[in-house]
Design a protein around this ligand. Structure first.
Ligand code: SF4
Ligand code: SF4
Ligand code: SF4
Length: 165
């Protein structure tokens, strides 16, 4: 491992386990870190203001601020090629609903169902209070269901999380 990569592993290795969500169409994490110059042009280009400056000055998506409309502005703004809309799939994110979901505490809620523009969340009526079920084949990872969730039970994570000891 060269000095630069060793430094990155030291600085970012442990945090990679919690895996930042990079802007859509970003290169795989290591390539992204190699290419991104931390100019933060993508931060300024995002109309929904969901890209913020994260660890080490690299851009990350914060869905607590809003959703991604897949407008492509971040990719257009990235002259370094770290965010490249040439890849047809904007990102590979896994969505999870934690046990904090109100429905799992017998409180009726369908805020996420109403917020999802893809109708990817449906209520499952197996118990006294219906619980949300996500059809991952429909989920685009837009994040529209995240900020709206009262207990912040929904999260999106990169599916290609790299863990470094
Ligand atoms: S595609 Fe548009 S809305 Fe989504 S992160 Fe990029 S600039 Fe923001
Ligand atoms: S918005 Fe949150 S609390 Fe409400 S049903 Fe969806 S995941 Fe559960
Ligand atoms: S992240 Fe997925 S489930 Fe949530 S609103 Fe967007 S498409 Fe729907």
């Amino acid at each position: 491992m060269d000095n630069l990569k060793a430094r990155r592993a030291f600085l970012f290795g442990r945090r990679a386990a919690t895996a930042a969500v990079r802007p859509p169409w970003s290169l795989p994490e290591q390539d992204f870190l190699d290419r991104c110059t931390r100019c933060n042009d993508c931060v300024r280009a995002c109309p929904t203001h969901i890209i913020v400056i994260g660890d080490g000055g690299f851009p990350v998506v914060d869905f607590s601020r809003g959703e991604c409309t897949f407008c492509g502005n971040c990719a257009s703004a990235c002259t370094a090629g770290a965010v490249d809309a040439g890849d047809q799939t904007p990102w590979h994110l896994q969505i999870t609903v934690s046990k904090q979901c109100l429905a799992k505490h017998d409180i009726f809620c369908m805020a996420c169902v109403d917020a999802c523009p893809e109708q990817a969340i449906r209520l499952h009526y197996a118990a006294s209070v219906p619980t949300p079920e996500i059809d991952t084949s429909r989920c685009t990872g837009c994040g529209a269901c995240i900020a709206i969730c009262p207990p912040q039970a929904i999260s999106l994570h990169p599916s290609e999380t790299v863990t470094t000891p």
